[in-house]
Design a protein around this ligand. Structure first.
Ligand code: ADP
Ligand code: MG
Length: 696
């Protein structure tokens, strides 16, 4: 096998390939486009396209595609081959600058949330030159943004790129105030840690719920769950380790910095963490990572499950979104510095995040809302649905000293003044940090822990970038007018701490006391997707996104509709799957067992009239009652689904699914799980939790 350094990025048209293959002039123009977001000259695009094609063909590619991220949350691609008819009846391989820059996939079958009704059905894809092209399965993939002809974003990437522009603009204003004239661009960086389950393919295929919904809709608890905590960081099984090894190699070929792999808390659960990169690239790479996880699993006769809560009773899967801001000069803006000046700047950026998270708790919550994630947030394993922020004791005490003007022990018992004092060194540790916080400062970055494992990271990062851009813009407005910068800065920071410290919570987020305390502080507790979504279109949030040119009002409404519709569709499919399994699998199986029990009792009586048949009788009574219950609840669920359809308003409909349909599903599940416990194993129609979680 070739070495890691050889395979790394071997399928990527990256900087070194460009430098080597492109004429100097073309290379320079392309780099300028990439770093400054300029338009690429059509002539140069032609040169780049041609070289990209030659490179791809040498690597065995025959097709190209614009690779984009529609609102389905998964990626989309439409493959065209490079072939063009040649003069002699043969073919030549062609790829033009125009084909590189712009594609025109039919937009009509992608979710648009009503945007299509008012605008043209056609959409177009536009090359995002800041994310490198790559080869996947013999196809040259060009990362693109996807828009309607009116320019409305139809995808997840366009708003993400716009939000990166927004925060860049505002952060630069702040840096200039600190006298920094060198920085040309501020990017946000993200390292998403991805959790997933691996289960045996043969077992998976025997479960309709996993096939159709990616989560189990039934399943009694096995004798062993995760209580021994022996899976976390445990020795990786051979089969899983073979999967992980191949996954790493495939990701490395695509230039994805897969770094850490380990077993997670739940049995059959694992995690992969990459090294962080610029946000849009991190988002592209995370989509690719999820796709390749599924593909590689198949090769190993495994199935990779990314759904947020595939198994009740054990942990679900999330995605920790490590986020920071960094300059093109290599400075991490959330890294405390060594001088009073650097510290002042750090504290200002920190305050921007504090205020943003407090002012826009609702948006952060909305950004992680989905039918799948509803099973995690607020359950025992994931952060609660309440947004709060962990800063750690040291930093919190510094902020307290700044706010109150009290002496700060950690800076030598003096009054902590911004721009005068150096911060005490903050632990950047991994041991004692608070794992229960939804939004934790971890030394030089924030870790947003509420994301579900299956979702694209674009939405949450679009929100994060935009809300921080907003507070930075408010700070810049205020400070640009100031006569005495340092004293205005002191006043501003004090005020932000005083007004927004309610969002800081260093305690146990899983405790009941926190729920009460958070309510006292006036923090939002939006428990479900249907509770959260309406906040997205609140006036203050529309104003925010419109001001920073991240979404138009129409785009926001369309996204709101898409999310609500998606929520209903997911629940509808789950309910139908449940009905199918109850009627075609579970009831017939249990009736079969009841029949055997009755036969046994009858034969016993025939042979020995005095023989006790109490066991058979009790089981038959119990199981029959459960069958009757499940049977009638299934009918109720059927009716509820018809009722749901009759609701015109999408929010009302989603609420109905949440309150009525989902509640009935839970009742059916409870009864069916009870049946599983009392039914002989040979009758049970599909693999149990024990099989799924422990037989890899
Ligand atoms: P853990 O959280 O498991 O202790 P680390 O703190 O080392 O691990 O890193 C977790 C993730 O955070 C990794 O993906 C890492 O690349 C990412 N990360 C580190 N620094 C930054 C940064 N400045 N911006 C964004 N992500 C970062
Ligand atoms: Mg982490």
């Amino acid at each position: 096998m070739s070495s890691v350094t050889e395979i790394f990025g071997s399928m990527v048209f990256n900087d070194s390939v460009m430098k080597e293959r492109l004429p100097k002039e073309a290379y320079r123009a392309l780099k300028k486009t990439m770093s400054e977001g300029r338009h690429l000259d059509p002539h140069i695009a032609g040169v780049v396209a041609n070289e990209m094609k030659n490179w791809a063909i040498e690597k065995g590619a025959t097709h190209f595609t614009h690779w984009f991220q529609p609102m389905t949350g998964v990626t989309a691609e439409k493959h065209d081959s490079f072939i063009s008819p040649g003069i002699d009846g043969g073919v030549i391989m062609e790829f033009s600058g125009k084909e590189l820059i712009k594609g025109e996939p039919d937009a009509s079958s992608f979710p648009s949330g009503g945007l299509r009704a008012t605008f043209e059905a056609r959409g177009y894809t536009a090359w995002d030159p800041t994310s490198y092209a790559f080869i996947k399965d013999g196809t040259l993939c060009i990362p693109t943004a996807f828009c309607s002809y009116g320019g409305e974003a139809l995808d997840k990437k366009t708003p993400l790129l716009r939000s990166m522009q927004a925060i860049n603009k505002q952060a630069i204003r702040i840096l200039r105030l600190f006298g920094n004239t060198e920085v040309g661009r501020v990017n946000t960086t993200v390292g998403p840690e991805q959790e997933y389950f691996l289960i045996d393919r043969g077992l998976y295929e025997q479960r309709k719920d996993l096939i159709y919904t990616r989560r189990t809709l039934f399943g009694a608890r096995p004798p062993k769950g995760q209580e021994l905590e022996d899976h976390y960081f445990g020795v990786i099984r051979l089969r899983v380790s073979a999967f992980m090894k191949e996954l790493d190699e495939e990701l490395w070929k695509l230039g994805i910095l897969a770094k850490t792999k380990h077993n997670e808390v739940a049995p059959a659960q694992h995690e992969l963490a990459p090294i962080f990169s610029t946000t849009n690239i991190a988002a592209d790479h995370n989509q690719l990572t999820m796709e390749i996880m599924k593909k590689v699993a198949k090769k190993h006769d495994l199935v990779c499950i990314l759904q947020e809560k595939p198994f009740a009773g054990v942990n679900g899967s999330g995605k920790h979104n490590n986020w920071s801001m960094s300059t093109d000069t290599g400075l991490n803006l959330l890294e405390p510095g060594d001088s009073p000046q650097e510290n002042a700047q750090f504290l200002l950026f920190l305050c921007a995040v504090i205020q943003a998270v407090d002012d826009y708790q609702d948006l952060l919550r909305v950004s992680v809302a989905s039918a799948g994630n509803d099973h995690r947030l607020g359950a025992n394993e994931a952060p609660p649905a309440i947004i709060s922020m962990f800063l750690g004791d040291e930093l919190t005490s510094v902020l307290h000293a700044i706010e109150t003007g009290e002496q700060c022990d950690s800076v030598g018992k003096t009054e902590m003044r911004i721009g005068v004092h150096v911060l005490p060194s903050l632990p950047k540790d991994t041991t004692d940090r608070n794992r229960t916080s939804p939004f934790a400062f971890t030394g030089n970055k924030f870790e947003f822990r509420m994301l579900g494992s299956a979702a694209s990271i674009s939405g949450p990062n679009t929100v994060l970038n935009t809300i921080v851009a907003e507070t930075l813009s408010q700070f810049a407005d205020e400070l640009e007018k100031a006569n005495d910068f340092t004293s205005s800065l002191n006043i501003l920071i004090r005020r932000v701490i005083r007004e927004h410290k309610r969002i800081i919570f260093n305690g146990n987020n899983y405790s009941d006391e926190w729920v009460t305390e958070a309510a006292r502080r006036g923090l939002l507790n939006l428990k479900s997707t249907v509770d959260a979504l309406p906040y997205f279109i609140a006036d203050k949030n529309i104003n925010l996104f419109v001001k920073h040119k991240v979404f138009t009002k129409e785009e926001m409404y369309s996204r709101y509709e898409i999310q609500l519709e998606n929520y209903q569709k997911v629940l509808h499919i789950e309910a139908l799957t449940m009905l199918d399994m109850v009627r075609k699998d579970i009831l017939p199986a249990v009736e079969g067992y009841i029949h055997e029990l009755c036969d046994t009792a009858l034969s016993k009586k025939a042979m020995a009239p005095q023989a006790a048949c109490q066991v058979e009788q009790e089981l038959v009574t119990r199981l029959s009652a459960l069958c009757a219950c499940v049977y009638s609840k299934a009918d109720e669920l059927d009716k509820a689904l018809i009722q749901a359809k009759s609701r015109e308003n999408t929010l009302e409909c989603a609420v109905y699914y949440h309150h009525t349909v989902f509640a009935l599903m839970q009742e059916i599940r409870a009864a069916a799980d009870e049946m599983e416990i009392h039914t002989a194993e040979k009758y049970w129609p599909f693999p149990t939790y024990g099989d799924l979680l422990f037989r890899i």
